[in-house]
Design a protein around this ligand. Structure first.
Ligand SMILES: [Cu+2]
Length: 268
């Protein structure tokens, strides 16, 4: 750890989860800043509270004053606070936010996956070694009697034949952006990988991109962050982050498996 205090504050004091993505540091920093700001406000207001208790104690003010403040100083102070807050918001917060909100990485430089949440598991569709996502057809989906929840059209689309569909066990290469298009099949779920600092609602009918760059190999839990039914608690998967070479090997093997199990004899 580069900075021991930073580590202690985030992971011992605030108990933030293990961090394994590139942008995650900024998420954690924001959490620290918000805590620091709240600490300043807490100490400041508490000090003022103690001051008020002392300043207006009963022994010095036996009789209540029902008139209160007469001057206009407090109005000016209130107005001043409003102006300062407007400057903070318009002058600093909005421009900073515009800088922080990034565009998704290009599909070319990313590991692209289609993520489909359904009661109660996580499914991913990979393009396979050819890098081209095969056609998906609702009529071919598992819900309509097909073999996978996406309805990958292996019979009619040549680009679909090497595609890979996995359930609950996702694999991605390290140090390369992952671009996930998240959707839901039944109710609203939420695709959450805490170590990647990613959390995106999976909404039926919407295809929402979310992205992150894993920086460390390992296994990270995928959970559902939206109460989605009676087995919501068990809706978890695993994101395995491996080297590029290991990923290519895995994808090729899964692709081969998919070809063999779904291809009619004519494809062989
Ligand atoms: Cu869910």
């Amino acid at each position: 750890m580069t900075n021991t205090f930073d580590y202690w504050f985030k992971h011992k004091l605030l108990d933030l989860p293990y961090l394994a993505s590139e942008h995650g540091k900024h998420v954690d920093d924001l959490i620290v800043y918000v805590h620091a700001l709240m600490a300043v406000l807490f100490v400041g207001w508490f000090a003022y509270f103690l001051y008020a208790i002392f300043r207006f104690r009963k022994s010095k003010h036996p009789k209540a004053d029902y008139v209160g403040v007469k001057g206009h100083v407090s109005n000016w102070i209130e107005g001043g606070v409003a102006v300062v807050e407007a400057i903070l918001l318009i002058g600093f917060a909005v421009p900073l936010w515009a800088k922080v909100v990034t565009k998704p990485p290009s599909e070319k430089e990313s590991t692209v996956i289609h993520v489909l949440a359904k009661q109660f598991n996580w499914n991913a569709h990979y393009a396979g070694p050819d890098g081209i996502m095969g056609r998906q057809d609702q009529a071919l989906a598992a819900a309509s009697g097909g073999s996978d929840p996406f309805g990958v059209d292996r019979a009619n689309d040549p680009n679909a034949r090497d595609d890979v569909v996995v359930m609950d066990n996702f694999v991605v290469p390290v140090n390369k952006p992952v671009l996930a298009y998240v959707t839901g099949l039944d109710v609203i779920h939420s695709f959450a990988i805490r170590s990647m600092r990613v959390c995106q609602d999976a909404v039926p009918g919407l295809r929402i991109p979310t992205w992150f760059t894993p920086t460390q190999e390992g296994e990270y839990k995928i959970t559902c962050a939206q109460l989605c039914g009676n087995s919501h608690y068990s809706m978890s998967g695993m994101l395995k982050v491996v080297s590029q070479a290991e990923f290519d090997k895995w994808l090729a093997a899964e692709s081969e498996k998919a070809r063999k199990s779904t291809a009619p004899k004519s494809y062989e």
